[in-house]
Design a binder for this molecule. Structure first.
Ligand code: NAI
Ligand code: 15L
Length: 266
């Protein structure tokens, strides 16, 4: 283990359940947190803390004694603004302010491809491209990246913002042939994000070595992350699905169907 205490937020979620196991070798103590049930601690190496990210004092207590945090917690799909505001926008503020107060020096932030979701699938971009969030969810991740940059510039707290594509066991549709990130590549990217010295605020696209990538990670080369997996092995299975209409947002935009969600109304 190279850290004393590592915090994992969103530990009850899809990726949280994966990383709850895979982060164990990286720290003496893994503190796992979520608003949802987490069960009991899985051993002496683990601490379980239930916490609502919208609760400022609870987040400050959550971060005490941690060297670093892998921040997955929050709403992970498009939802009405008020819900996103609590979990993601207030949540990321609470997290960084707690990092400053509690002396937590490194954040790995689960950003999303939905910060750039309105680029077309025919466009190729790198992390210097203007963000084009595709909804309130994408806006909250964009705000999170700005928060990360500010806390680096102002307070020297380092962050790697991982713009995760689609991290699931397999790509579920044609769009995900480009955006898929394997759990193994995710784990290696989180490891690089935790342990690479001097990352400042680095933005990296989280996609495996897929054939038809839209994203260029040249500005994150210092992480030394080279994805090992690729979606090609799933191509036949995915292409057995019915074709997607040319006017379907899933066939046009990098953010796919997220670009067409809402409006929600009241
Ligand atoms: P998920 O929705 O399965 O997990 C998110 C977790 O955050 C849940 O367990 C939920 O209970 C927790 N949470 C929600 N509101 C909370 C609050 N107010 N306080 C504390 N915890 C709260 O999502 P998943 O797929 O595991 O994603 C993890 C992170 O990675 C999320 O931040 C998501 O936005 C991001 N991401 C994931 C992608 C993917 O392909 N799985 C793609 C891009 C980004
Ligand atoms: C995300 O940001 C979501 O959290 C995830 O559930 C997927 O929808 C993913 O993006 C995607 O774009 O496939």
């Amino acid at each position: 283990p190279r850290l004393q205490r590592l915090l994992l937020t969103g530990a009850a979620g899809g990726l949280g359940q994966v990383l709850r196991t895979r982060l164990v070798p990286f720290a003496e103590q893994l503190r796992v947190s979520d608003i949802a049930p987490l069960g009991t601690a899985r051993g002496a190496h683990e601490e379980v803390v239930h916490c609502d990210l919208a609760d400022k004092s609870a987040v400050h207590a959550l971060m005490a004694g941690c060297d670093a945090v892998v921040h997955l917690g929050g709403i992970s799909v498009e939802r009405p603004f008020e819900q996103i505001l609590e979990a993601n926008i207030k949540g990321i503020y609470h997290l960084y302010e707690a990092a400053r107060r509690q002396g937590v020096g490194r954040v790995v932030f689960a950003s999303s491809n939905h910060v750039i979701g309105f680029y077309k699938q025919t466009e190729h971009i790198d992390a210097t491209a203007l963000r084009r969030p595709d909804g309130y969810y994408g806006l909250s991740k964009s705000f999170g990246e700005d928060m990360a940059q500010f806390y680096w510039d102002r307070y020297g707290i380092e962050t790697v913002s991982i713009r995760i594509g689609s991290s699931f066991p397999e790509p579920a549709n044609r769009r995900m042939m480009s955006t898929w990130l394997s759990y193994d590549d995710l784990t290696r990217l989180v490891e690089k994000s935790l342990f690479t010295p001097e990352v400042g605020h680095t933005v990296v696209f989280g996609a495996s070595a897929n054939r038809d990538l839209w994203w260029d990670n040249r500005t994150a080369a210092h992480l030394g992350w080279v994805p090992q997996d690729g979606s090609e092995v799933f191509r036949a299975k995915v292409e057995a699905q019915p074709p997607v209409a040319a006017e379907d947002p899933n066939a046009i935009y990098q953010g796919g169907a997220f670009t067409a969600q809402g409006p929600f109304g009241d």
